[in-house]
Design a protein around this ligand. Structure first.
Ligand code: PPS
Length: 568
């Protein structure tokens, strides 16, 4: 039943000659600059990975997909693939018009005839496709907070593939993989989908799955967009390369898939299966909580642990790809080997390390045993996730003018420099306003811009393993939260509220500004004639009244130590 015929699948590309012509003509069209997610979707539309789709979904197809996982002509398709755009852009278009689709550098990848334009009911999409209208789900969050308000639908004409400079030799279109399988005589292929580094248990389970299905194995990791917070794909691919050597030669291959995952659990599993069938695979490994997004805002799982397997099993015949059960493998100490957890007798010593425990061991620089992972993989992970005491971080002081932020920040900087190990940069409010933000005033818009600039620099410093100490007033909570998000992609963010009261600051009036503010000579002065959102849950709150600077700086150091950011 599940033997692929491996005939070429239809793509949306025109011939090379036509593409050259079309590219010149398309330069005159109105164009849409694709988002990173749309580039991933477009690549798989054009190369047949999303077969049978021929373009971004029309409104009728979208309704069918959302309601019952089927396009208007009845084809099984579980995830809406839409060109979401801004209202402003949508208004410039006539139905029937061709538009050019460009990558982020402006290269024209395709044209699309806009046949449909509508404002989707995003709450319904969230409920039906992702199971709940809850922003804790990354795709629902994306839908409400990042995706454009209007959807466009219509057929796509492919001009060229998106350009990738990384791991070019490891990226294959469905037809390239089909040709490879044909050439090697691989008639049965089990695909393994992953967005995580592989450890020994994965190597064992994939190898067993292939053996059970009497098939070859395709490790097919996603390198497009995965779950926020995942290990970056550069690191993962280096890890996969190392694991690939552990399989018996000629049984296994690896190819990278530029998919933008949605973490849609059961529907995502069916989608993954269809994509793998398009890539010439006959079997697909589906595990417990496949493509699960984690917990919802009430702290519960979005999907049941076996929902994905059930939905997949119900549709596998139609998809033409058979599900292979993901065996939970554990290390049996007595026999020094991996075995499926459900086949082990009572009384033996079973060892396992969870994802959370692995992250803890990496963060604290602790041992990761060889029975758990391959040394090459651990080395790669340690390079990307050095122990916390070696990672960059940002200390973000906030408080009124004259609260003591700069003085404490300076003392902290000196203490950290005395300890050594990481470069330290002080982004003091006044210094930044002289160097980075000299043209800005104190309106909300300008203050936000100023803080976002500080956040950008701090996140770059954090990314590169340094310590950024910021000391602006930063009066708006939403802006502080945005900076936190920028920084936390790369390292810890420690918000320190210097909680000196406005009365005390005014009494000290070190720069004489409060007097001027009271006299109305300085407008929009924080705490006098402009707002300050008191931080609700900063990592640390410092009361400066009656405490000397040295002690305040020491409180921050203790906090950093307790978070493992500086070694004791
Ligand atoms: S903000 O809101 O975070 O962008 O402000 P910041 O960049 O930290 O700049 C604050 C310093 O500018 C001086 N100053 C004022 N502060 C607040 N409101 C008004 N209108 C204002 N005008 C000038 C003041 O000296 C602040 O310095 P610090 O170091 O906070 O005392």
């Amino acid at each position: 039943m599940y033997t692929s015929n491996l005939a070429p699948i239809s793509e949306l590309y025109v011939s090379y000659e036509s593409a050259q012509k079309l590219k010149i003509e398309a330069a005159n069209l109105i164009s849409w600059d694709l988002t990173p997610r749309q580039i991933c979707d477009l690549e798989l539309l054009m190369n047949g990975g999303f077969n049978p789709l021929k373009g971004f979904l029309s409104e009728e197809d979208y309704d069918g997909v959302v309601e019952n996982m089927r396009t208007a002509d009845g084809a099984l398709w579980p995830i809406p693939i839409n060109l979401d755009v801004s209202e402003k852009f949508a208004e410039t278009l006539e139905l029937g018009q061709d538009i050019a689709l460009r990558d982020q550098e402006g290269v024209i990848l395709a044209t699309m005839t806009v046949t449909d334009r509508w404002e989707p009911n995003k709450a319904r999409e969230a409920e039906k496709v992702f199971g709940a209208d809850d922003d804790a789900h990354p795709a629902v969050n994306y839908l409400h907070n990042q995706a454009g308000k209007i959807y466009l639908g219509g057929p796509v004409t492919g001009i060229q593939q998106p350009v990738h400079y990384d791991f070019r030799g490891r990226r294959d279109t469905p037809n390239e993989l089909r040709a490879y399988f044909r050439k090697l005589g691989w008639r049965k292929v089990v695909a393994f989908q992953t967005r995580n580094p592989l450890h020994r248990a994965h190597q064992e389970l994939t190898f067993r799955a292939a053996k059970e299905a009497q098939a070859n194995l395709l490790i097919h990791p996603v390198v497009g967009l995965t779950k926020p917070g995942d290990v970056d794909h550069f690191t993962r691919v280096r890890c996969y390369e190392a694991v690939l050597d552990k399989y018996p030669a000629a049984t296994t291959t690896m190819s990278l898939l530029n998919l933008a995952m949605r973490m849609a659990g059961p529907r995502e599993a069916v989608w993954h299966g269809l994509i793998r069938a398009n890539h010439g695979c006959t079997h697909f490994i589906v595990g417990r909580d496949h493509a699960g997004p984690g917990k919802n805002s009430a702290g519960e799982d979005f999907y049941g642990p076996y929902d994905a397997q059930e939905l997949f099993a119900a549709h596998q015949e139609e998809m033409g790809i058979e599900m292979v059960d993901f065996k939970h493998m554990v290390w049996v100490a007595e026999r020094a080997q991996y075995e499926p957890a459900d086949e082990i007798e009572e009384g033996v010593t079973v060892l396992n390390i969870s994802g959370t425990e692995l992250r803890r061991r990496l963060a604290e620089g602790l041992e990761i045993p060889e029975w758990f992972s391959f040394p090459e993989v651990v080395t790669e992970l340690r390079k990307t996730r050095p122990p916390r005491a070696k990672q960059g971080f940002t200390v973000f002081f906030t408080g009124f003018s004259g609260s003591g932020k700069s003085t404490i920040a300076n003392a902290l900087m000196v203490k950290l420099m005395e300890m050594g190990g990481r470069p330290v940069t002080l982004l003091d409010g006044d210094i930044v306003r002289k160097n980075l933000s000299s043209e800005l005033g104190f309106s909300k818009e300008h203050r936000d811009l100023n803080i976002r600039r500080i956040g950008y620099v701090a996140s770059e410093i954090t990314k590169n393993g340094g310590i950024a100490i910021c000391a602006p007033i930063a009066p708006y909570a939403t802006t502080r939260r945005a900076v936190r998000e920028d920084v936390e992609q790369f390292g810890a963010f420690i918000e320190v509220h210097v909680a000196t009261s406005i009365e005390e600051c005014e009494k000290r009036d070190r720069k004489g500004l409060y007097k001027l503010a009271r006299e109305g000579k300085i407008k929009e002065f924080t705490g006098i004639s402009d707002p300050y959102d008191v931080p609700v849950s900063p990592e640390l709150r410092i009361e400066t009244e009656g405490t000397d600077v040295d002690n305040c700086a020491h409180q921050v150091l203790l906090k950093l130590e307790s978070l493992g950011l500086i070694a004791d």
